[in-house]
Design a protein around this ligand. Sequence first.
Ligand SMILES: [Zn+2]
Length: 465
Amino acid sequence: MRRIMAATVGVGVTLLASIALAGGAVDERGWINLFDGTSLEGWKPAEREDPGTFSVRDGAIVAHGRRNHLFCVGPVENANFRDFELKVDVKTEPGSNGGIYFHTKYQDRNWPDKGFEVQVNNSYRRDPRKTASLYKMEDVDASPVQDGEWFTMHVTVWGKHVTVSVNGEDVVDWTERQPPSPPSGMPRRLLDSGTFALQGHDPGSTVYYRNIRVKPLPVLVDYHVHLKGGLTLEQAVEMANWRRMKFGIAENCGVGFPTTNDQALQRVLDRLAGQPVYQAMQAEGREWVKMFSPEMIAKFDYVFTDSMTFTDQRGRRTRLWIPQEVEVDDKQAFMDMLVARTVGILNDEPIDIYVNPTFLPVSIASEYDTLWTDERMDRVIEAAVRNGVAIEINSRYKLPSEKFIRRAKAAGARFAFGTNNGGSDDLGDLAYSRLMARRCDLTRDDLFVPKPDGQKPVQKKGLPK
Ligand SMILES: [Zn+2]
């Protein structure tokens, strides 16, 4: 029996491996193949252009011949991609021009009208825009790679941001302005959604494309937005729309803030009702668990807190961002206390997200990498994972570190992006969060989504006694 089981497992593994090579399969890191390596199934060239431009050879799509574009028309996401990462391995012959379109739409002839082109041009002289240019939006004048060598183009579109990296190095980081200003003659070069297309440029060009894989991304969310610095709810909603994002509007609730009881919580909910935003509660200090009823807390989409306010070992209320309240005479002892307080919060308090994670007071912040030892990181990560608490990747403080995020991902943690904006113009950018997501290869499954009614931490875990 055991041998039969083993044989069956063996067959399963072989089958999985062969499926992974085919178009449409999802690997464990969330990448889906769009090209099967042997045929143009799922791809369609423009019908009224030269039919001979595209062929498949040695596992690659070869673009060589008169102008034509090869559009992705396969079943993945119905070939309609809004936010995504795309990776394509590309190789050029000398003097070649090509490109990769996104947010485009099939058309039977001519250069695609809709969407953007990421340029492929290492040595084609007549066009000064070189490889990785986001054509006419952010141009690159010297190619980062050479002819005859495979390189990996990595295009990320998330919210209003487009990044292009080549062999792991960011080359282009472009943000669409509000209102958008497409180049003259290209009015449909606007962020939207659409499919991909490969370019066959001219008979003198030979470009190879292989390993074409996409990772669809969820709508970008800033879960940590405060209405402060004059920012109104109306402005925040408008900003989220033009940034192609969603915001979670968080009210600070607890000692020292206006919201200290259920009636005040209800006023917050009334103010946000009916708006296309998440309603969030930022639980302040450690006293919050005694100030509000579980029923009122559960009316919010999610609750978050940080470990920046606590009572230190000498019984003093400490707020880590206020230097006068922080006394660090023994750094190691301070760190051990901070880790213990953080683990205590994660264990005891019914929260969805741990925000401003691993924040250190200014007096020791420069020693972050040595003070946050592997062992300390793992204690916090273990408590977050065990309690189902997502970890914020905070773009204002650029926390936690990449190393922490990698360890947390490996341990099964989930992540939420937040800016914790200081005013009206620093919300929603999420540059650090997006960078970490790309570097640490986060997928949809790694990202926090608010829990439905009945599943919220305050309903499952209750408030501490
Ligand atoms: Zn906050």
